[in-house]
Design a binder for this molecule. Structure first.
Ligand code: GRF
Length: 209
């Protein structure tokens, strides 16, 4: 099984997947890492582990407001071309900051996963940890889900919970959530590679042995 990872930043979730592949816990190959940002530390991490790392410039996509939807598809087609070249079966979004086009999502239906730092459907979008803190919830967490055309919306694969403490800052809460992110993302990818995920509508069932 070939995995492609889309990133835009730090790449700690990418690192967790790399570690799990290198230790043999996940039996698959990370065939390519693609970044929407040239200076993403995630690209460096990939290279250090001998993984092909590519930057695809989304500039056109941002610049041309009038034709944004067409440009978005054009951009996604560039990514898809790289994925197809390497027969990628599973696409992971790991801190990827752009929305995928419906074209991309349909092409890889139930084969794209995302990690989100909150218990969806609570606190979708950016700064989920800050949103949770400001809302005053006592528990938040992390969610791995399949990606559909709406933001942070597709069928939920795994979630895990963390408490929110009175003295938490966005940073301390984010760190607590991040530990869970790394664990559940690795688990979800492992389950997928073993053929153990069954999607029924919005419900993702985990098949036993
Ligand atoms: C993580 O918090 C992830 O949940 C969110 O973006 C952040 C990416 O962090 N989607 P990293 O690049 O994996 O370190």
């Amino acid at each position: 099984m070939n995995i492609g990872v889309l990133v835009s930043g730090r790449g700690s979730n990418l690192q967790a997947i790399i570690d799990a592949v290198e230790s043999g816990y996940i039996k698959a190959k990370i065939s390519v890492v693609i970044s929407s940002r040239k200076d993403a530390p995630a690209l460096q991490r990939a290279k250090e582990h001998g993984i092909e790392a590519i930057f695809i410039d989304p500039q056109d996509f941002w610049k041309d407001r009038e034709h944004r939807e067409e440009k978005r598809i054009e951009y996604d087609k560039k990514i898809i071309a790289e994925l197809e070249k390497r027969n990628v079966d599973l696409v992971l979004l790991a801190g990827y900051m752009l929305m995928l086009s419906p074209y991309f999502v349909n092409k890889y239906k139930n084969r794209i996963m995302n990690i989100h730092p909150a218990l969806l459907p609570s606190f979708p979008g950016v700064n989920a940890q800050k949103q949770a803190l400001e809302y005053g919830v006592k528990y938040t967490g992390a969610t791995v889900h399949f990606v559909d055309a709406e933001m942070d919306h597709g069928p939920i694969i795994l979630q895990d919970v963390v408490p929110v403490f009175d003295d938490d800052t966005v940073e301390t809460l984010s760190n607590r959530i991040l530990e869970k992110e790394h664990k559940i993302y690795v688990e979800a990818v492992k389950l997928f590679t073993e053929g153990k995920l069954k999607v029924e509508g919005r419900r993702v069932k985990i098949l036993k042995e």
